[in-house]
Design a protein around this ligand. Structure first.
Ligand SMILES: O=C(O)C(=O)C[C@]1(C(=O)O)C=C[C@@H](O)C=C1
Length: 301
């Protein structure tokens, strides 16, 4: 499908298993007047490193540089929880997108992909380039707590095999795009633990300070966790997955027909219960330290 869609143009190409493949971009296909974004695969943007570093956390308007500060007053537990609820939608939709393709293991195989000046798999290449771009607009604090190796392992070991059919369907480019979306959505969700931690700390600083001073990790975790909230998160994501992921038949279902789903709704609930919330709690437990607060007035993510 990827090759068919793009055969009329000359998009950037890369080689998978020795055969040249074209990746399906999400934009620009329909407008004959638009050009493909210039994406020189042969020339990684090393020369632009300096620029990337200098725009971190600041915004240049002409010659004036302003410090980027979140003045939205949004750092309340309700607001952060609301953001976590919205992020559920992004996570579910990106998993649904990924599920339409086979596992396509060659996407993850460094020997199946070749691009001059880069050794690694197509997904590694995709993420490296995407993160380079994001590094230009997000604040470096986003990297301070790095759960990415864990998210990576969980995603490829535990999620993809349950989400996608075994085998190869030739859509390696689309697979890499979907994987990148899933990984970013998951990693952002988990990183939000640090905002949750700060809100909780601000709401009752004395309680947290006491636990932190005494290095009472269990006590700190008891303050931070809310089992009832966790239960309702699992119920809600299962319900959302049933709603967003239900196959809608053209013919009206007859009585007794069971609805079918693009992905197993309990898969997402389990993903939250077994991985996402435990990792968020790791971030929560990592963050509180009297010397670290406040971390805000820094980032708008
Ligand atoms: O909503 C909270 O209070 C959170 O701390 C977030 C979160 C989650 O990851 O969803 C994490 C730990 C709590 O036990 C409940 C939920």
């Amino acid at each position: 499908m990827e090759a068919k869609l793009l055969s009329a143009s000359s998009p950037p190409s890369f080689s998978v298993n020795g055969a040249t493949k074209f990746s399906r971009p999400s934009l620009v296909l329909t407008s004959p007047t638009r050009e493909f974004p210039i994406f020189k695969l042969q020339c990684p943007a090393r020369s632009s490193n300096k620029i990337i570093q200098s725009v971190h956390a600041s915004k240049s308007i002409g010659t004036v540089t302003t410090q980027r500060v979140d003045d939205s007053e949004n750092l309340t537990l309700d607001a952060v929880r609301y953001s976590l609820i919205r992020q559920e939608d992004s996570i579910i939709f990106s998993l649904l997108e990924r599920a339409q393709y086979c596992q396509n293991k060659s996407t993850y195989d460094p020997d199946s992909f070749s691009i001059e000046g880069f050794h690694g798999s197509l997904i590694q290449y995709m993420l490296r380039e995407t993160e380079k771009l994001h590094a230009q607009v997000l604040h470096p604090i986003a990297d301070k707590i790095n759960m990415n190796p864990k998210v990576w392992e969980i995603y490829f070991k535990n999620i993809v095999p349950k989400l996608a059919k075994e085998g190869e369907d030739g859509n390696c480019g689309s697979t890499a795009v979907c994987d990148a979306m899933c990984l970013q959505a998951l990693s952002k969700r988990i990183r939000y633990g640090k905002f949750v931690a700060e809100c909780k700390f601000r709401d009752s600083p004395e309680a947290y300070q006491a636990a932190i001073k005494e290095q009472d990790r269990d006590g700190l975790m008891n303050l931070l966790k809310f089992p009832k909230v966790e239960e309702s998160v699992k119920k809600r994501v299962e319900m959302k997955t049933r709603t967003y992921g239900q196959e809608v038949p053209v013919e009206i279902c007859k009585d007794g027909d069971c609805p079918t789903y693009k992905i197993n709704p309990s898969l997402v609930a389990d993903l939250y219960g077994e991985w996402i919330m435990p990792l968020t709690k790791e971030v929560l437990g990592n963050k509180p330290s009297t010397s670290n607060f406040p971390i805000t007035r820094v980032v708008r993510m």
